[in-house]
Ligand binder design. Sequence first.
Ligand code: KG4
Ligand code: ZN
Length: 339
Amino acid sequence: MKILGIETSCDETAASIVEDGFTVLSDVVNSQVEQHAPFGGPVPEIASRSHLEVIFPVVRRALDDARSTLGEIDAIAVTNRPGLIGALLVGVAVAKALALALRKPLVGVDHIAAHVYAAWMDEGRERPPATPAIALVISGGHSVLFATDDLFDFRIVGNTIDDACGETYDKVSALLGLGYPGGPIIDRLAAEGDPRAFDFKPPLADRDGTDFSFSGLKTAVRYRVTGENKKHPPLVLDDVNRKNLCASFQRTVVDGLLRATENAIDAANARSLILGGGCAANSEVRRRFEEFARHRGLDLRLPPRSRCSDNASMIAGLGYHQLMRRGPDSLALDAAPSA
Ligand code: KG4
Ligand code: ZN
């Protein structure tokens, strides 16, 4: 069964054709980052307009790359939650129109659940993660821990109490004058810095819970740079200090992610750990979670970097399983900004 997946929840317009949930026939992503870069983060109105401009060419290319025609598509899957509402509506409207015109089933897919599915999709049908599993989704908009016993029904067991992980990278990057999106830039500079140069404390370090917090760390970096809390003089942002700040910030973020994840794994007695979302592409996240999983004997599922950030193959892939398990959604399908 060939499914066309459509993704427009934030600042990537994406379309993909996936066969039977696992075989990716095409995977087209049109990034808008250059349009949002001057503002240091996604601007909702710019996102919606840009999706409108490119959605049809993106779908066309996904079909061409897969050497398919619209007539050969068996169903349409679309991200309908969570995300920027105006951006989501573009994808949902296009998906509904195609489903209606082609008389094909429509499936609304949860973007965060699809980030989790991405880690399984690339391993193939025969290699589902062992259950019970804990999934950590860290992206521009979310930092969530899920527990699952069957890979389809998730319960939230941890969440950020303030900013999201990727959002924090983007804000710290803006503070250091480094550009948007901040994650890949900080990741690159951190590799050349000293992670202990600045003594930032892991967020919520004193707790044994499963929640995350990032805004205190963001403020700590700002204070260290501006000296506004009067504990230090303002920092000269030369090359060395910048790299050391990036490395120390990144080390502290990963400390916090690991602490909460380990607590969730212990509570669920989990056998596998699934990572997803744009920040799962981070080198330090990957290195330290790999080390942690090896040490704990966990089945770690880390999607390839290209499938950590937003894409439509994870939407088409998860859409297939939803269609098989509970059938299509109606054409009254709504977009929703929150999960
Ligand atoms: O999953 P995603 O593409 O979109 C959302 O659903 O939000 O995630 C985008 C976020 C951005 O905040 C970006 O800075 C972050 O992922 N990101 C990274 C890295 N690559 C992207 N964060 C840390 N390290 C990276 N290498
Ligand atoms: Zn995402």
